[in-house]
Design a protein around this ligand. Structure first.
Ligand code: OAA
Ligand code: MG
Length: 640
């Protein structure tokens, strides 16, 4: 351990440095140089950097470092103080870049491409490696958007974005942040669904960790192979229920990668703190098992004890490696595992299931906002769901909880306002014995009903929610029935990607004669009906999880609590403006998402403090300002 300019460097951080050096020294041919990379507010002196490097080299004994022909080496991107929340501005002005010359251009964390200044080109051995022009970050964004728009096929745009992420991380994030509405459907639903279906053939470089049954007993070591050490958020899938597309096995990796890029772009978590993980226990997808190019384990899914042991080893290895404040987001697990994993680890780890909890929170927010358009309180409405899996029952439970909080009526009673249809028809008491445990709270007294349309006609819901993963199930008859007994029927078609949406925006508006208040999980372009343009909202958990995670991180929360989901919904609903309502919108535009995320984060953090679940003390006075100040900015740093 040693100190420099008041910052203490531990052996841990040094081993990170030495690892960088080791890895770089294998790749670089240009001599490495020490550079002090200065963030916009920092002014380190050059001499100190040499001290840092000397110490780094002498304290780590790996022989490879001695090979480093080190005039000097720069940068300590990875040295964050123990207390750092997300972005490093408040911690230390120092960044340590790992290389110079050709390898600097090949390092996505530090590469700036044509934006390297004349001076940086001189000091970092870049002369001749770049064409003469120097362009600004903004011009780079413009140029990149021009080329991306030239691709007509969305998957090509996706691949161009992934290539950019691997080439120049800060440009990737600036592009995404500045053009979020245009690029979200590319890096996220619906295109990410296609990317997962083809992941085997488009896989180029590792973007996350693959942990398969082969790694059993070694997960702790496998985590150490990941180059970043200060992980704050992990998104993990086992690929069994990727969006509404079913079992995509190991190819589900596209989802954790996509979700985490939104954690950074939308929620401001720094990219190096994000770790995508795919657990591979096999797949039951015959097409993949028979595909010679399939990249995962070629076996049927392990279940029972074998599955549980691998997950258990993973969960404990994560805590051992990254501490108890690392957020683990479960994503796209099948129902039969999702509920159990959340219940099992909810008391020992900081875990969040996006499909159960994130979707619930975003839908509740949409409903809160919709009340402004349709009137009444939540408990005056009647809800019918198609699909009683993670999303459906998660949303239902949060609505029932909110109704109970608002009215003081017990949860068992408020649940009775919510009905569900699954593949076997309306969930009713007479089916109780045969129901999976998570469906049982929704079995109410009623005659058995097979078809959705008959359930709609009998229950007469004011709100119809599709969470079935089955596309085109809200038929004309269903939507028309909703429109006969509701002046403004609320219809959410949540399943993803677009192909699985229960109905399209156009169907919802035309079949309801323009009266539906409609939102969908995947985006739909505005629709014209009878000379009027209808823009619909995207009820997607992407509104919630980035800000929610930010709130947990900035407060140092150690557990997720349902009350945090309720305040996240309130925070999102509060961001819908009068102007949005006038257009019939119940979600704010994604273009404001970083501001929205800061508000969600502040409310979630405040709740964590109130519940005694926050460890980051003292509590900042202005949590919104604090959340904003912690957010990662993709602005380039200048290397001196
Ligand atoms: O990824 C999305 O767009 C939303 C989601 O979690 C899912 O559909 O599983
Ligand atoms: Mg999901």
């Amino acid at each position: 351990m040693f100190s420099l300019n008041g910052t203490t460097f531990t052996n841990n951080s040094l081993s990170g440095v030495s690892r960088c050096l080791t890895q770089s020294s294998r790749r670089v041919s240009a001599p490495m140089v020490v550079v002090a990379a200065v963030s916009s507010n920092g002014k380190p002196g050059d001499g100190s950097v040499s001290v840092l490097v000397e110490n780094a080299l002498t304290e780590s004994a790996a022989p490879v470092e001695k090979e480093v022909n080190s005039t000097v080496i720069g940068g300590v991107q990875d040295v964050y103080g123990e207390d750092s929340a997300t972005e490093d501005q408040s911690i230390t002005p120092w960044t340590l870049s790992v290389a110079s010359g050709f390898s600097l251009l090949r390092n996505p964390h530090y590469n700036k491409g044509l934006a390297f200044s004349e001076r940086e080109r001189d000091t970092h051995y870049l002369r001749g490696l770049l064409p003469p022009v120097v362009i600004s970050h903004d011009l780079q964004v413009k140029k990149m958007m021009n080329s991306i728009r030239k691709y007509e096929v969305p998957l090509q745009r996706y691949m161009a974005m992934m290539d950019l992420q691997e080439m120049n991380e800060r440009l990737f994030y600036k592009l995404l942040i500045d053009n979020v509405e245009e690029l979200l459907p590319i890096v996220y639903t619906p295109t990410v669904g296609q990317a997962c279906q083809k992941y085997g053939s488009i896989f180029r470089r590792p973007q996350g960790l693959f942990i398969s049954l082969k790694e059993k007993g070694k997960i702790h070591e496998v985590l150490k192979n990941w180059p970043e050490k200060k992980i704050q958020v992990i998104v993990v899938t086992d690929g069994e229920r990727i969006l509404g597309l079913g079992d995509l096995g190991c190819q589900g990796m596209g989802i954790p990668v996509g979700k985490l890029s939104l954690y950074t772009a939308l929620g401001g978590i720094r990219p190096s703190a994000c770790l995508p993980v795919t657990i591979d226990v096999g797949t039951n997808n015959e097409n993949l098992l028979n595909d010679e190019f399939y990249i995962g384990l070629r076996q049927r899914r392990a279940t029972g004890q074998e599955y549980a042991e691998l997950l258990d080893e993973f969960m404990y290895a994560v805590k051992q490696n990254y501490g108890e404040k690392v957020l683990i987001q479960f994503e796209d697990f099948a129902n039969h595992n999702a509920f159990d994993l959340l219940a099992k680890y909810g008391t020992s780890h900081l875990v969040f299931n996006d499909d159960i909890q994130g979707t619930a929170s975003v839908v509740l927010a949409g409903l809160m906002a919709a009340l402004n358009l349709v009137g009444g309180t939540l408990s005056e409405h009647t809800f019918l769901f198609l699909g009683a899996g993670e999303a459906g029952t998660g949303i239902a439970e949060l609505i029932a909880l909110e109704m109970s909080k608002q009215t003081g009526i017990p949860l068992e009673e408020t649940r009775k306002k919510i009905w569900m249809v699954d593949s076997k028809g309306l969930i009713v008491k007479s089916r109780m014995e045969m129901l999976q445990h998570f469906k049982r709270p929704w079995a109410h007294d009623h005659e058995p009903v097979q078809e959705l349309v008959n359930a709609v006609k009998s229950i007469k819901p004011t709100v119809l929610i599709g969470s079935s993963g089955a596309g085109r199930t809200f038929t004309k008859e269903v939507v028309q029935a909703m429109a006969t007994f509701n002046e403004k029927p609320i219809i959410f078609a949540l399943s993803n990607p677009t192909s699985q949406s229960e109905c399209t925006a156009e169907e919802a508006y035309s079949w309801s004669e323009g009266r539906a208040i409609f939102a969908s999980g995947s985006p739909f372009a505005p629709v014209e009906y009878n000379g009027k343009v209808y823009a619909s909202g995207q009820a997607n958990n992407a509104y919630i999880f980035p800000g929610f995670g930010l709130g947990l991180i900035i407060s140092g929360a150690i557990r997720v609590h349902d009350d945090m989901l309720l305040v996240a919904s309130e925070a999102l609903a509060e961001q819908v403006s009068q102007e949005n309502f006038e257009k019939g919108l119940i979600y704010p535009p994604f273009s404001n998402i970083r501001k929205i995320s800061a508000h969600i984060a502040a409310k979630v953090a405040a709740k964590a403090y109130e519940l005694g679940l926050a460890t980051r003390l003292p509590q900042p006075k202005d949590l919104v300002a604090y959340a904003e100040s912690c957010m990662y900015s993709p602005a380039y740093r200048s290397y001196r």
